[in-house]
Design a protein around this ligand. Structure first.
Ligand SMILES: NC(=O)c1ccc[n+]([C@@H]2O[C@H](COP(=O)([O-])OP(=O)(O)OC[C@H]3O[C@@H](n4cnc5c(N)ncnc54)[C@H](O)[C@@H]3O)[C@@H](O)[C@H]2O)c1
Length: 382
């Protein structure tokens, strides 16, 4: 079979994770990477074993015969880089958030629809096998009517005022931080699994560290712990470390989410609990192979990830037998498997199984409503 040729833009933290996942799939070859800094991208290419490297994005697009590009740069670059790739007929897998404004995201949805190119957003958390199982349990009526949904996404990598990253700068990250960065995953998952559409939001946010100490040299995500105290300067912070949002759903019932990037000990913990009229289910990304099932009239239970105990459509996302744990790196592999099946067909399917630019746009719409609610301290209808 012809090998599909892929480029990756941005090889900091998540770019190399995309590369690894793509290498676990057949007949896909990452032929080029792009990153700013000639020396840096050269060193990265050597470290990652990719032959062609660029510090000029257009040059990569013009000189490499790419079937698909993965956009893994900071948020403010997603729109332009995605647009330029699609205008050259290249399929795109874009990191979340798809863009930093609703208008940009709408433009990309329109461009994708006009070209028919495959378009995906890397909402990889959907691809934990247990998440697919939860979605199917709900669809098959095992939860009954949904009474309430409680979600949280907690991290601690911005816990100290000396923790710093481009995500703290609105010019690169957008007007929202914790919500855009991790809340987007949570809200996407909540609607995807529950099938409930959010119809109104009421938000309260907090910037715990009003000033932070910015390193005087550039750093990459999660590497801040290695800097020394006199390498910093004080900067004012105006995006949220923490947010809680009350939610109303289209089925008339309610929910709530909390996100925080300053919760000590919570490394990267997304948690979702859906209470239905038959049972409650609870799942967390830090123990992704277990599903808690709450019962009123019998003992509570725990389902361990095991393809033989799953609905067949969820078992498709499992590569290893029960007891052989799968985790974060496997989610991207499973997502890309579905995306590249579409790329082999040459166009976006009518009903894609993977998250699309439309889903990316949905997150920006939710995010804007939440920001508006926090500013005006009132409910905002969607
Ligand atoms: N789906 C997920 O689980 C997940 C996880 C992490 C990050 N992300 C998303 O991936 C994107 C990248 O995040 P990250 O954590 O890898 O960040 P990072 O800072 O680790 O890496 C970003 C890379 O982009 C490069 N870069 C910065 N400015 C550039 C420019 N102007 N031109 C070219 N390259 C530039 C940096 O040098 C770095 O190598 C973000 O949009 C983020 O939201 C998604």
């Amino acid at each position: 079979m012809k090998k599909l040729k892929v480029g990756i833009a941005g090889v900091g933290f998540i770019g190399p994770a995309h590369l690894e996942a793509l290498r676990r799939l057949p007949d896909i070859e990452v032929i080029a990477i792009f990153n700013r800094g000639a020396e840096k991208v050269k060193a990265k290419a050597k470290q990652l074993g990719v032959s062609n490297y660029f510090d000029d994005y257009q040059q990569m697009l013009d000189s490499e015969p790419l079937d698909c590009i993965h956009i893994c740069t900071p948020n403010n670059l997603h729109y332009q880089q995605t647009k330029e790739a699609m205008e050259r007929g290249i399929h795109v897998v874009c990191e979340k958030p798809l863009a930093t404004t609703i208008q940009e995201a709408k433009d990309l949805v329109n461009l994708a629809s006009a070209t028919g190119l495959v378009n995906a957003v890397h909402f990889n958390i959907r691809y934990y096998p247990m998440v697919r199982q939860m979605k199917l349990m709900r669809e098959k009526g095992e939860l009954g009517a949904i009474y309430s949904i409680i979600g949280s996404y907690l991290q601690d990598w911005l816990f100290y005022n000396t923790d710093y990253n481009w995500r703290l700068e609105p010019e690169q990250s957008g007007e929202s931080r914790a919500l855009a960065d991790i809340g987007s995953h949570l809200l996407d998952l909540l609607e995807h699994v529950s099938g409930c559409d959010i119809t109104a939001v009421m938000a309260d946010m907090n910037t715990v560290h009003k000033t932070r100490k910015k390193p005087l040299k550039p750093i990459e995500t999660y590497s801040g712990k290695m800097l020394q105290p006199d390498d910093y300067q004080d900067v004012e912070i105006n995006t949220e470390d923490y947010a809680s949002v009350l939610l109303r759903f289209d089925n008339g019932n309610k929910g709530v989410i909390t996100v925080s990037q300053v919760a000590a000990g919570r490394k990267n913990r997304l948690s979702l609990e859906i209470a239905g009229s038959n049972k409650t289910i609870g799942w967390t990304s830090e123990s992704p192979n277990e599903l808690w099932m709450g019962e009123r009239d019998q003992a509570n239970g725990v389902l361990l990830r095991d393809p033989s105990l799953f609905h067949p459509e969820a078992a498709k996302l499992v590569s290893y037998p029960g007891g052989h744990n799968e985790g974060f790196p496997d989610t991207s592999k499973q997502l890309f498997k579905e995306v590249y099946a579409a790329i082999r067909q040459g166009m976006q399917p009518e009903k894609p199984t993977y998250p699309t630019f439309e889903d990316g746009l949905r997150e920006l719409i939710l995010n804007e409503a939440i920001l508006k609610s926090a500013k005006q301290q009132r409910w905002i209808e969607l």
